[in-house]
Write a protein that binds this ligand. Structure first.
Ligand SMILES: Nc1ncnc2c1ncn2[C@@H]1O[C@H](COP(=O)(O)OP(=O)(O)O)[C@@H](O)[C@H]1O
Ligand SMILES: [Mg+2]
Length: 356
């Protein structure tokens, strides 16, 4: 039997939980259920669930039937993949598990409503993270192998130029040296950011302002950056250098994709009670980088965060994979949505220590 004593914190679950009596009248409901039904505990208690769920559309009618039969038979029942329409206009799919408590003193009925899209999205991102992680290790291994002989090649070219005092040879040696340096820089990027984070307390706007100055200096004209900051965002602990690099990689992409007349918006907000990588956080910092460019090519959309994926002839395809790695190490994530004229990368970073 499930423990439903008052000390049990129903509000900390993301599944909507509703307890009704055998007449379908709401006895109690957790925070998620209040959000789902767009009601409060006070308003909902003592009212028929059917009435409260009226606005949810077709899905609620279907669960009503399952519910009636569960009440009649006192047997558990499940309705899968029901479509609910929220007042916000959003459609969600849910699984509804109905369990009559059948206890001596307790004849209430428990409804557990779990959003599927979110569960699916979480498992998809988990798969993607795993793929990213594996690919990053392959790239890193390759980078190490390439890096080792580079020093030798560079040194040999220098020695050769010194030994034979020959102008033409000097020229060739210089080509070798400069190409080795270019490879060295690429290999360093392939190795990715330093593994350990140099965390300190920071105001996220210090970072976004630094990035704005850097990109404006790089881009000269044709770029306008709009700021939409939430000044009330509290400080939190993060690696400022690595976050700067991650944001800069994303801003550079926006600028490179959009060409002249590029408009970028940097928007900061906080999100409450947000689950990232399977951990629930009280407060998460959301940074949106929005551009008005042509959008991410649709065939690349699912793989842009993987290393070596690029649509640019001179691209390395490392910018986004490095940025994503940095956010992962902060316990966060980067998401992207894109359509022509509006591409938005959202960086989500936890703002406090995890709590269980
Ligand atoms: N803001 C954007 N608008 C359009 N496409 C983008 C944007 N950001 C990223 N992309 C796509 O994602 C690809 C990967 O980006 P990235 O990892 O930084 O590598 P690179 O910049 O070297 O190509 C880019 O080549 C581009 O196709
Ligand atoms: Mg890039």
């Amino acid at each position: 039997m499930m423990n439903l004593s008052p000390s049990f914190d129903l509000d900390s679950l993301t599944t909507a939980i509703i307890l009704i009596d055998e007449h379908g009248v709401v006895d109690t409901l957790n925070q998620s259920a209040q959000v789902l039904l767009e009601t409060s505990l006070k308003k909902a208690m003592g009212n028929p669930l059917d009435e409260l769920a009226q606005t949810l559309g077709e899905g609620a009618i279907l669960w009503h039937e399952t519910l009636s039969s569960a009440i009649r038979t006192r047997l558990p029942a499940v309705s899968r993949d029901l479509k609910l329409s929220l007042k916000t206009g959003k459609e969600i799919s849910v699984d509804v598990v109905i369990t009559p408590l059948n206890d001596e003193q307790d004849s209430r009925i428990l409804l557990e409503i779990s959003p599927l899209d979110r569960a699916r999205a979480i498992s998809e991102t988990a798969d993607l993270r795993e793929a990213q992680h594996r690919l990053h290790n392959v790239v890193k291994g390759m980078a190490h192998e390439v890096k080792n002989p580079l020093g030798g090649i560079r040194g040999a070219a220098q020695l050769m130029a010194r030994k034979f005092d020959d102008r033409e040879l000097d020229e060739y040696a210089n080509i070798i040296i400069s190409e080795v340096d270019r490879l060295q820089a690429l290999v360093d990027r392939m190795l990715g950011p330093r593994e350990s984070l140099d965390k300190r307390r920071l105001n996220i706007h210090e970072v976004t302002e630094r990035v704005r100055q850097l990109i404006e200096a790089e881009a000269h004209k044709g770029l306008s950056v709009t700021r939409d900051y939430d000044p009330s965002l509290p400080e939190f602990s993060a690696d400022a250098g690595q976050l700067t690099q991650a944001l800069l990689n994303i801003m550079r992409n926006a600028w490179e994709a959009s060409g002249d007349d590029c408009q970028i918006t940097i928007k900061t907000r906080s999100r409450r009670q947000f689950t990232l990588n399977g951990h629930r956080h009280k407060l998460v910092c959301a940074i949106d980088i929005i551009d008005n460019g042509p959008g991410i090519p649709s065939d690349l959309m699912s793989s842009i965060f993987l290393p070596m994926v690029t649509s640019r002839p001179e691209g390395s395809g490392l910018g986004l994979s490095i940025a994503q790695l940095t956010l992962t190490r902060h316990g966060g994530v980067i998401q992207a949505v894109s359509e022509p004229g509006h591409t938005c990368f959202t960086l989500l970073v936890p703002m406090e220590e995890l709590y269980d």
